[in-house]
Write a protein that binds this ligand. Sequence first.
Ligand code: PLP
Length: 614
Amino acid sequence: VNTEGHLSVKPFGRWTEPGQEIDVHSVIVEALATQPNDSTSKSQFPMILRFPDVLKNRIETLHNAFNSAMESTGYTSRYQGVFPIKVNQNKYVVQDMVRFGQQWNYGLEAGSKPELLIAMSCLPVTEAEPKPYLICNGYKDADYIALALSARAMGLNPIIVLEMEEELAIVLDQYRKLQQKLPDDDAVRKKFEPIIGIRAKLLTKLPGHFGSTAGKHGKFGMLADQIYEVAETLGKEGKLHWLQLLHFHIGSMIPTTGKVYDAVSEAAGIYCNLVNEHGAKWLATLDCGGGLGVDYDGTRSGDSDMSVAYGIQEYASAVVQAVRLKCDYNGVAHPVVCTESGRAMASHHSMIILETLSAIPEPQDEDTSEQLLNRIQDLSYKQPRAPVGGATAAVYSHAADLKKHGIEMYKLGKKLGKRVVADANTVYNYHMNLSVFSLLPDFWGIGQLFPMMPVSRLNEEPTLKGTLVDITCDSDGKIENFISRENTLPLHLFEPSLGGYYVAVLVSGAYQEAIAGKHNLFSGPTLVRVNSSTTKDGGFEIERVDLGPAADEIIGSMRYSVEEDIITVIEKKAKGTEEEERVWAWEMVEPLMTKALTTMPYLNEYKVPEPEPE
Ligand code: PLP
């Protein structure tokens, strides 16, 4: 928070020079005034603000952590990082990863054919050794394997990681086919031999949501005995030199360094057995997959899927120590340590900005204060009249009636008193220009919590309790769980006269864009790329603004031809038959339809009109 009470970003972490802070509110204002690339429409909410310098900082921190863990323990090999494209496939994110990581040879991991194509286009072709790794994970068909082999022919360094024993037969078959296309020259043919890895299914399991990845019944990889069988088969084929990597991934968000240590130790044990007992002497890399976690709730407790009890340095030290000890014990040379850390690299560099449309107090189930007051008033009017004559029984009965009414009034009065206190607990539904399904799919799908906070007025106490309601027609489209484990978020009274009231969803740069759905045909947000600048006022420069998909693109993705199935059909219907000649209807429909098709489907310049004076 800066002196203006605005959320601010320090792209280089705590080592930022004084003053090098980016004011998020100023970025939003400038982004709204910036003409988006390749579009005549204006910038629109929701937005993702991306800070590439934060990515740079994360990559640097990761490499420094591994390098220092290796130096301080006398580790004799090196670290090789790869970014798993699945975490955020956005062109600028992947290109930034490769560019910022170039000095460390940072590679990429692909989990499918489209991701492999992205990796093949982004990684540099270089003669220099070592080449960045291109890890090919996921289930593979012949086309995937052939494509990976062709990447080697291009001069890249693909490593085909076998998920199942059956994939080896496909690799052998595709290799033979590729060889037939190569010149009859052994030296050339040798260059295009595949390098393969095997994915181990470890017994070390994680608790919680991500636990199903590993364990005996886990979905991925091979158990130790199957791995040794594959090594035997490779040996029989005379291809054991292809096997150069052992991979595992026990799941995202490993909660403690204890679990990290156990998993790496188990995998390093298999690695050593392969080398010592199965002749796999070309093995050179232990790929420890992803799992380096993000402490979303800031508790550093590691007691739920929202938290991990360590930082990057502790993670790196646990990995390096586990490999070193196991290899030293077994007399095996230290392998290259590879990790496929995704979440911890991409989360911090972007935030989602949500615009408040309105804030409405949630109706209470009980009577309203006004209803209670009315009933008290009714009771006092209905007091029984004093009996005439003063007979004792009648006086008693009158007294009893008075008592009954008195008690009822007392109870209602108490309830009313409570209500006055309860009003401070009123929950306000903040209607946000948001689709939970398109922007925060993990919140909806797996209950992932993200830190959220207002962007401005942070020097003013937020006194209201808010939930965030989205604009989809779905009761799941509501955010009422927060990292505080409260059901509401402290927010300020929404006063449109003060300008926009924005809520930032932080550390949201991993997986959300990749997994996003199209419920109600909402889709991606406006993307704003914000560079730090030491020369420009405010310390930042907006490099580019790209609108999210317009409605025509999203409708098109559902197999409609926008021209034939939507525009032409609506035009015909609006104009009616020749006898009807309702051209005036089409004139009304056409500009509105065009605007709706060419803008993002979120609410646009939302303002409730002032009521007409009576
Ligand atoms: N590697 C593999 C094989 C994965 O499946 C994943 C994600 O689930 C990752 C790496 C990235 O994991 P994380 O984002 O936890 O680092």
